[in-house]
Design a protein around this ligand. Sequence first.
Ligand SMILES: [Zn+2]
Length: 619
Amino acid sequence: MAQYSQSLLDDIRGATDIVDLVGRFVNLRKAGTGWKGLCPFHAEKTPSFTVNPRKGIFHCFGCGVGGDAFGFLMRQDRLSFPEAVRALAKTAGIALPGQGGDSGRDELLKAIGLAARFYQAELARPTGERARAYLEQRGIDPEVAKTFGLGYAPEGWDTLLGYMRSEKIAEETLITAGLAVQRENRAGAYDRFRGRLLFPIRDLQGRVVAFGGRAFGDEQPKYLNSPETPLYTKGNLLYAADLARPAIQTQNRAFLVEGYVDCLMCHQYGFTGTVAALGTAFTPAQLGLLRRYCDEVVTFFDADAAGQKAAARAEELLEPTGGGMAWAVNRAGAFEGGRTFRVKVALLPAGHDPDTFLRASGAAAFTERVTAARSLLSYALDRAIADPDGATGARARATAFARVSLMLAKVTDAEEAAAISREAAARLGVDGTQLWIEAQRLQSSLRTPVVPPLPGPSLSTPPVERDLVALLLHSAEARTPLLALLAESDDLAHGALRAIVGALKRRPDAAAESLMTDLETDEARSVLSSLLVEDRESVDERVSIEQFQRRLERSQRLRRAREVSQSIAETQAKTGVAAPMHTELRTLHQESAVVYGITGGVAQSLEHGTSGSPRSSDE
Ligand SMILES: [Zn+2]
């Protein structure tokens, strides 16, 4: 995998702040000398994902994955190794030799990036007058429009196509990127976006991956969005997440709105930790994304629709989706003292959305609404208790009881469930215990099989082998004497450990963490990271080196004895038993005698994993 020179890779690794890199995807908290958070690679409630900035590595004690900055980006963004190297080199401002071997993904990103610049330039040109007038009418500040990279797609069927031809971008690429549409029944393509205001949708690294296009007048559809492409999956991204992330992390809270303009207006009024869901519903994936950055999300409903909307959202979020996220969202995780992710609802006056409310009432009034926000589930409870026809009486109470039990059954955050059942019991005039029992009964019938976490690498490395490789990694002194004695194929049964020692033998002076890029498999990288995060302060290096030296010497002599006895057997098979074997026999005796001598104090021998070694009477 070493397509780039080791020193270049070390430079890039050295220039990359892994805490910052991982922190873009995971909400990290300082823990001792490192950082901790919820693993982005498996569903968990308590953080077992660690980042060690000094060594530049990450490691999850839950699922066992680990690696360096390259490995993290490869896993997180599903990049190939060269793509990860390019991405980090670019961020670090390090030039790479001979760009080339661009994957299709890079080509798509390039095309869509060019399109974003083209549309943005069009907005400033005379033809963009209509779009600028629209922005002014909606009260959108030109500076905000610029920050968000708003653009204008001119009228006409091939304005973008014409520009892209001059940039030597293939029509095929434009179609795949969702920028052009293949004509039916004949060759050629036409621009997807025509006569619309465009909102570029960026990924977490700030790269444009899609567009949302709004019509100016009554044209239909009002919103035309990019289709799903290799770069863009609906429901996985949040609009403005790249811009909002710093504020969300600082404030430990995110605002979640529905529309592009709502989002722009929040930013314009100083609420820069605002993202939009890119649709009317928000998905567990989107909440999962926010959960990595903060503990609380506030969403906004208009008073008229609040009960109904809250019920619908609660339903979406509490429904077990198989991925585990929906359940996990409201689950009480013991994150450093009972940390949970709370979804709250701020109520806006009837008929208002964040955009209209901010412009009508200003930032202070908006803040008041946020301060008064209540739990999403408590709104959903209102809805569950109220009879849809406004009926009261015994029958209405009985159906309300059933609805509340069903809702409670889905809330796995014990604290929140208890609070809701207390409130509901009081309002329904029933015994809280009764409600709780019914919810428990429903819960067991609703329970779906738990999806097992992603298969992680096998970390069941034999302890002695593991200790040996850890010693080699941490102690420069150990390398010279021990590497010379080590025969990977015989002394190490575990493939990943063998790969690590192989890499060490090729570069015995390398810093342990820089070996990451020498390793070919995810498993080997994960095992390396697990060895690097181990605390080895209690290990006496001198003693360990001596012990392993004896062990390896013994295994080396056994190996020699085996070879000699094999060669004796072979010679005898060829020439008959009478062949003169004195020299060989003498060697065998000598080696065996030394082996016997060494065996004394060594309880565990390294040759356990090998087959065919002579298990002589010394054991
Ligand atoms: Zn994990």
